[in-house]
Ligand binder design. Structure first.
Ligand code: PHE
Length: 468
């Protein structure tokens, strides 16, 4: 393969720390906050955690280092990167470019919801009329999701903020924002955890999450649990599409690849567990049932904040701001993933890409799709539905998370030569300490796991009952 020029006009991360904050920012998102704690509790608790950790180490880490290496080696976004391996692989690149575009449509809507709830809790802090007040959380959420004007406006605010950051470039926009936002998120999370675990009755929530329950693995149950854990892992680590390839292409050659690939999954998993500590104890302390998805974030947790009395709106504001930060550092990575592809196509023509223009045009396309998904209001507004799903979000998620991402990761494991990863990991005389482990996992473990995950995801989404 030809050695491609790295002066690619798209930008570069200024420091190793900045790169890590951006990559961890991409990984840490709604997936950690609203999915992980519940899935862990509902699928075997501590037993799930062990399996999840095994998957992260044996599959997540190896796909992570492979994608980062491919990006850095080729200096291209996902389409150009796979094309550089062979023209016939361009279709894998296109799958990796469509997935983030799809995800952005519902991610922006949910990001908009977070802004709305942060603002509403702020209102409550001052007893303002635009707060939530004494409204029932479920009814308030229902009224909001079916208010088409409001939901579209908040989604658009989220899209505009995402576009503004990405327009600022890799180091001037994405890195600068993430370097401030991620440590801030961490501190806010710690504050919310302290409040949550000190509430009376909090220990039940800890038991829900951490109590080992191996019965979930009985019979063919382990395949279901494996699929849940595997799907969660891909989504949470932003793997199987364009993100880590694009971020890898902006990683300076003097940064140690192996270390980066280890830190990102570690930090992501840490935040996922911390998210559980922040939410589950509070849910149980308020005598509520845990759930996942929008219901957990916007109904259950809002009920918790309301029941906290005077300090409730403060913690509510802090929490929804934190979720907003987690969401926007993910959405900027999604937008950058597709922008990189568009910029590459201009560079290929021998021209210098106009980042601001490209990002804005893509932003407009996302503003349209995000508005459409918002209008559906999680299925509340009676629009026709697809693929047997209850709302457009779920139908789009099925295509992106259920099919495109595991397929993308599967191809990545099968076709990227291990020599490419070895070369990138040993630049500047670095030692690739996990080389043997990597070679073994990428050949034997990762592809098998991915096929199981794909089957399990499809089974779960379509309710086929293949494994029950
Ligand atoms: N990893 C993010 C989360 O956990 C979502 C995401 C998926 C972001 C894919 C980028 C790419 O919410």
């Amino acid at each position: 393969m030809e050695q491609l020029n790295h002066e690619n006009h798209k930008g570069q991360f200024g420091s190793g720390f900045g790169f890590l904050m951006a990559a961890v920012g991409s990984a840490v998102g709604l997936g950690n906050l609203w999915g992980f704690p519940y899935k862990m509790g509902a699928n075997g608790g501590f037993a799930f955690l062990i399996l999840y950790l095994i998957l992260v180490v044996f599959v997540g880490y190896v796909i992570m280092i492979t994608e980062l290496a491919l990006g850095r080696k080729t200096g291209k976004g996902v389409v150009g990167a796979y094309k550089a391996l062979s023209k016939k692989y361009a279709f894998i690149g296109w799958m990796g470019a469509i997935a983030p575009w799809l995800i952005l449509s519902f991610y922006s809507m949910l990001g908009g919801y977070c802004i709305k709830y942060a603002v509403a809790n702020l209102g409550d802090l001052f007893g303002a009329s635009w707060g939530i007040g004494d409204a029932n959380s479920g009814e308030y959420f229902g009224a909001f999701t079916s208010d088409m004007v409001q939901t579209v406006i908040f989604s658009l605010i989220f899209v505009v903020l995402t576009v503004l950051i990405v327009r600022g470039g890799v180091s001037g926009g994405i890195e600068k924002f993430s370097t401030v936002a991620m440590p801030a998120l961490f501190i806010m999370l710690v504050i919310v955890i302290i409040r949550s675990v000190t509430l009376p009755g909090a220990s039940e929530g800890l038991a829900f999450m951490f109590k080992p329950d191996w019965s979930a693995f009985e019979g063919t149950g382990w395949i279901t649990v494996l699929a849940v854990a595997g799907g969660q892992m891909f989504f949470s680590l932003s793997l199987g599409m364009s993100i880590m390839i694009a971020y890898g292409s902006y990683l300076p050659k003097d940064q140690n690849l192996e270390r980066s690939a280890l830190v990102i999954p570690f930090a992501d998993t840490l935040v996922a567990i911390m998210a559980g500590l922040a939410t589950m104890p509070a849910v149980f302390a308020s005598g509520l049932e845990p759930s996942q998805g929008p219901g957990l974030l916007f109904i259950t947790l809002q009920t918790v904040f309301h029941s906290m009395g005077g300090f409730g709106p403060f913690f509510g504001f802090l929490f929804y701001t934190l979720v907003f930060i987690a969401a926007i550092t993910s959405s900027i990575s999604l937008l950058e993933g597709i922008s990189a592809v568009a910029m590459d196509s201009v560079i290929e023509k021998g021209e210098k890409p106009d980042r601001k223009k490209i990002v804005t045009i893509l932003g407009i396309s996302i503003a349209i799709t995000a508005s459409l998904v918002s209008l559906d209001g999680l299925g509340a507004n009676g629009f026709p539905q697809f693929f047997g799903q209850g709302c457009w979000l779920d139908a789009i998620d099925l295509i992106a998370e259920g099919i495109l991402m595991p397929l993308g990761a599967c191809y990545c494991a099968i076709i990227i030569p291990t020599s490419l990863v070895d070369e990138e990991a040993t630049l500047n005389g670095a030692r690739f300490r996990t080389k043997n482990f990597y070679d073994f996992c990428i050949k034997f473990i990762a592809p098998v796991m991915m096929v199981l995950v794909l089957l399990g995801q499809l089974d779960g989404f379509f309710g086929l009952g293949m494994f029950s």
